[in-house]
Design a protein around this ligand. Sequence first.
Ligand SMILES: Cc1cc2nc3c(=O)[nH]c(=O)nc-3n(C[C@H](O)[C@H](O)[C@H](O)COP(=O)(O)OP(=O)(O)OC[C@H]3O[C@@H](n4cnc5c(N)ncnc54)[C@H](O)[C@@H]3O)c2cc1C
Length: 380
Amino acid sequence: MRRNGPIRVAVVGAGVGGLALAGALRRSGAQVVVLERASEFAPVGSGLSLCGNGFRALDALSLGDRVRAVTADAPPPGTAGGRRPDGSWLIRFSSEATARIRVVDRTELHTALLDGLADVEIRTGAQVVAADDTGVTLADDERVGNFDVVVGADGLRSRVRAGWPADPGVTYAGYGAWRGITRRPIPLTAGGETFGSGKRFGIAPLRDGRVYWFAAISTDRDARPDHTVLREAFAGWHAPVGELIDATDADAVSYLPIEYLAQPLPSYRQGTRVLLGDAAHAMTPDLGQGANQALEDAAVLEKLLRPAIVAHDRQRISPALGEYDAIRRPRSQAVASQARLVGRVGQAAGVRAALRDAALRIAPDRVVSARSVRIQDWHP
Ligand SMILES: Cc1cc2nc3c(=O)[nH]c(=O)nc-3n(C[C@H](O)[C@H](O)[C@H](O)COP(=O)(O)OP(=O)(O)OC[C@H]3O[C@@H](n4cnc5c(N)ncnc54)[C@H](O)[C@@H]3O)c2cc1C
């Protein structure tokens, strides 16, 4: 461990979690190096819902205003909830559940987070293959070291996590998801998710009227279906599902088999290495919480490390990382487990889908909305 001077932190991965953390650590006075395997920051072509908890985390990281500048001022007008393919409502979300949710274009979010990185060294094209307590090794065998803390914010297949005593690896959720953003604004009267048998379609307007949509279909893990299957898979579904697919350029649609961490990790820290975001708790996207949880992680980690950073006091690092693990693991793992459950119900097929629909129809809106309200009720 280094003995004096500013605390040095390596952040592996320049995703939502890594970027949010890196800027905040720098503002507290740490020297921060971000190591990102991609050679450039390319446009992402999909959306992301940020919720009340995510915005509170962004505010704690002094990033709230930057991100609000690329989101709508208010939730979209009209009803949000769950529908059947014929358009009839199964459930309407309460205004309490939706009031703080905003959908952001991922490219705009990344740009906003990158703009908050003054004085942070960012190394692109830096693929980390292994990490230890003081640094990392890159794919070309270069050693980047002399750090006090190494943060693994390198996503689902984290190489930092690979050094854990028991990395559970990832498992397939049984369905794949397409995501797209329409090339032009499409007027909407409602949003949310529509449930079929083994498939779902989600609709969320961006601030400029373009629409972020996703389509989830149960399929084999190795299937790499072409997006042309979408028109047929969702034929006859209520408006504007077909129009949204047609209004999206083929190269603006991406497909991903949905995977998540196979088992909850027993610890988010090893020595002075610590995991954050998907590296720590990759979850299925069914609650729209993965990035929000990564932001919570970043806000808590930065807050706990701040006294050590301000005082250049290395003795305070280990207790801070222990506290981070104790605070973040129960919360993020509970959200991941709920997301998995919601995904199972959402992707139900045949009789199970009919049972799901019947249950949703009779469930009071406020009861179904309560989970979202509870999850968003988080404060750093
Ligand atoms: C279909 C779908 C919809 C979703 N919708 C939502 C939503 O609405 N709301 C929400 O909150 N979440 C959503 N999520 C989840 C969200 O995308 C993730 O939880 C979030 O992006 C995790 O952020 P992260 O920073 O932890 O990891 P990532 O965003 O995965 O970033 C990891 C970064 O690390 C880099 N990297 C990886 N390996 C290495 C390496 N070896 N060396 C160096 N760099 C490396 C990667 O290139 C990447 O830049 C969704 C996910 C999916 C799949």
